[in-house]
Design a protein around this ligand. Structure first.
Ligand SMILES: [Zn+2]
Length: 346
């Protein structure tokens, strides 16, 4: 059955009711990749991302983050505005996301962790996966002197029967700890998250030696190299934003350290790109992961807007230094459409 224009307009109107009346949505992605395992649930498969873009294009009005914020204030936005963002700065944002953004003509902002650009190093949570969940064999006991004092001990027992299938679907948020290795991985994620970068690196190097896993990064898990970042920036649909230097937990840092992370990431990216960087996203981005002081530091650094990571619609009166975002998972088109529809109705 083919719907007439009036029917379609009515149906779309019904589909996207109240949430969009005077607000917009910001979607949060991290990676576009087809991975063997994804314990942090960061990747959306290319096919699924293409379906998301097709739906956003058909059902909403894709706009850039700056158009969304500026347009809400000026009341010049098209109906149902949706802005797409990426956090962290993975190389697949250029290799896999950019071609699809171009194909569908959808703009996006990519928030890049400046200190990882060109480092050839995996992000710490990925390196932890490589060291703890991937090796076929690990020693039976893990002992660690905590950087802030005290020590931790885990008994892994006989865990040398590596079962790829058991690991593949496991993730930190939805799965129970199914083996001692998963408990260890989860505990080390919690331990590393608040640490300053030098301590994180020390712990990771210690684990490397313990696991006998070496330091080689996986090509599938690299951050953007400098040249890749420049190429991504040349895409007119893409805006590059900053995401600190080391993916720091800003609420855990002194004001001076926060300034170093925030201003430093702006400076590094601007030097690579040769132009101003004016958007920022707080690492982790939950309400406890940054403070009022952080917001002030970001504002004073010369940024024009900043994204958080809690769900919500952006309104005309929203604080443009704490923009809410909806986290998107690896859903197929049908699930994504239902989810988006639920947000619009809710
Ligand atoms: Zn991040």
């Amino acid at each position: 059955m083919k719907l007439g224009i009036a029917d379609r307009a009515r149906r779309t109107g019904e589909w996207l009711k109240c949430k969009f009346v005077s607000g917009g949505m910001v979607l949060l992605y991290h990676r576009v990749a087809d991975l063997a395992s994804d314990p942090q649930l960061l990747a959306v498969k290319p096919q699924n991302f293409a379906e998301h873009l097709e739906i956003v294009k058909r059902k909403c009005s894709p706009v850039s983050l700056k158009e969304l914020v500026g347009g809400l204030k000026e009341k010049t936005l098209p109906e149902h505005p949706v802005a797409i963002t990426f956090d962290d700065g993975y190389a697949d944002n250029l290799a896999s996301a950019q071609p699809l953004l171009r194909r569908y003509g959808v703009p996006a902002t990519v928030f890049v962790t400046a200190g990882y650009v060109g480092s050839g190093r995996e992000f710490w949570w990925d390196e932890l996966e490589r060291l703890i969940l991937e090796p076929a064999f690990l020693p039976e006991r893990f002992h660690l002197d905590r950087p802030n004092g005290g020590s931790l001990m885990w008994e892994l027992g006989r865990n040398d029967l590596h079962k790829p299938d058991a690991y593949r679907s496991w993730n930190v948020q939805l799965s129970e700890n199914s083996t001692p290795r998963h408990t260890l991985y989860r505990s080390l994620c919690e331990l590393l998250r608040p640490l300053p970068e030098p301590s994180r690196v020390d712990v990771l190097e210690y684990i490397q030696k313990w696991a006998g896993a070496g330091s080689a990064s996986r090509p599938t898990h690299l951050p953007l190299a400098s040249e890749e970042l420049k190429r991504l920036d040349q895409e007119e649909l893409v805006e590059i934003g900053a995401h600190t230097c080391t993916h720091a937990l800003l609420s855990n840092l002194s004001k001076t350290e926060q300034k170093k992370e925030v201003q430093g990431s702006k400076k590094v990216l601007e030097e690579i790109l040769g132009h101003a960087v004016s958007s920022f996203a707080y690492p982790f981005g939950g309400r406890v992961d940054y403070t009022a002081e952080t917001v002030e530091v970001v504002r004073q650094a010369g940024f024009e807007l900043a994204c958080a990571n809690f769900p919500g619609t952006v309104w005309r009166r929203s604080d443009c230094f704490q923009l809410p975002r909806f986290l998107v998972r690896d859903w197929d088109g049908e699930t994504f459409e239902r989810w988006l529809s639920g947000l619009a109705d809710g």
